[in-house]
Every structure is written in C-alpha cells, then in structure tokens.
Design a protein around this ligand. Structure first.
Ligand code: GLN
Length: 206
C-alpha cells in the first residue's frame, strides 16, 4: 500500500514536517509520498494531512482564501487523519481564547473539541523544552519543544489526553485527529508522524 501525506503549506515550519514524515515512512517500511498541499485539489488528493506550527491567525486567513480551509474541514469531518502541531492545533480547535482579547474569532477548522489558549506560557517562557511521557504511544522522556505554545484549557469527553505537562494536556486525540501544543517535528523522534502514517494506512484501506 502507498500512502500520501500532505503538509499544509500556507505558512509555518513545513520543511521539518516533510523531513520527519519521510523519516517515519522509512522507519515503518511504508511506501509513500510526502508533499506540500495548499490548493483545494491538492488537499483532496491526500490520505492524511499535517498542519504545522507558525502563526495561527495568518494560517487561518491564508487558508480561507480559495476555500482551502472549507475543503480541509469537510475532509477531516469525513475522517481524514490529521496532525496539528502548535499553531496547527489552534487551527483545529473548536474554541480559541486569548487572555487579552478573549475568544479570538479567528478563522479555524473547529473540528477538535477543545478550548485552547494562545501563547499560554507568556513571554518570558516563549520557548522551552520539557521531558514528557506519552503512554498511549509508548514514549518515555519524549523531548517536547514548546515555542510560544498554546495551552489546552478544556477538553470534551470524546477527546483522549495522550500527554500532560505541568498538569495540563499537551497532546490529544479525537478519533483520527491528533494535536500537540509542542513541536514533535523538532524532537528528534518521529513517533507522532509514525502514528499519523498508521492512521493514514487505516484510512486508505477502509
Ligand atoms: N503563538 C502562535 C499562535 O498563536 C503559535 C506558535 C507556534 O506555532 N509555534 O498562532
């Protein structure tokens, strides 16, 4: 079986996800293709998609143009596996909050049943690393890189919490939707990308 994984390339750290996904395919011995996707017809052609970190407001606006956001939302609603990291997680969230402006009202996919707060760790801790455990993926001391990371404030009952840091959820799953507040593409481990490839294979062989 051959799977095609798309990296949403509206904005953000696309290259790192291309590399991590290629590495994940190699590790799993799965034949596949990894390509950037932006246009609706490109989004239609993939078996899984990754929404990278970056700036969620910019990403939301750029993806609304030419209706790519709508196509992505429809495909995810229909079961397309997706991994959203950092700003990508914000784009997936049903509700987005900002300490200063409150609910941001920015364009998002709204498919993941969480309330997320942008820039939750404040300025002085813009970026940091932490060792976390991700038991459902069999990971101990996973190196999680947080860059102006969001915080998950609430999760609905259909959202499984995969990992915590400082008592807050930092990785979640809701059916075929995976989300992290950190950047797994910078961790040196391809575990999250491998999980997405497994979901893509399942989706492909439905
Ligand atoms: N702070 C960014 C946002 O709110 C996310 C940062 C990131 O993706 N590294 O969109």
């Amino acid at each position: 079986m051959e799977v095609k994984v798309g990296i949403a390339s509206f904005q953000g750290d696309v290259e790192e996800h291309l590399a991590a996904t290629r590495e994940a395919l190699k590790k799993l011995g799965v034949k596949g293709l990894v390509a950037t996707v932006k246009l609706p017809e490109e989004i239609e052609s993939v078996d899984a998609v990754i929404i990278p970190g970056g700036e969620s407001t910019v990403m939301g606006r750029l993806s609304s143009y030419k209706k790519s956001l709508d196509v992505l939302k429809r495909r995810i609603d229909e079961g397309l596996p997706v991994l959203g990291t950092c700003a990508g997680l914000i784009l997936l969230a049903k509700r987005v909050y900002d300490r200063i402006v409150g609910e941001t009202g920015q364009p998002v996919l709204g498919v993941l049943n969480i309330l997320v707060e942008r820039n939750t760790y404040g300025r002085q801790r813009d970026s940091f690393e932490a060792q976390i455990d991700v038991p459902p993926l069999g990971l101990n001391n996973f190196r999680a890189v947080f860059i102006r990371a969001p915080g998950i404030l609430e999760t609905e009952s259909d959202v499984e919490i995969l990992a915590y840091f400082a008592k807050r959820p930092v990785a979640v799953r809701q059916e075929s939707i995976l989300g992290t507040t950190f950047h797994p593409e910078l961790s040196g481990s391809t575990a999250f990308h491998e999980e997405l490839v497994r979901l893509a294979m399942g989706y492909r062989s439905r």
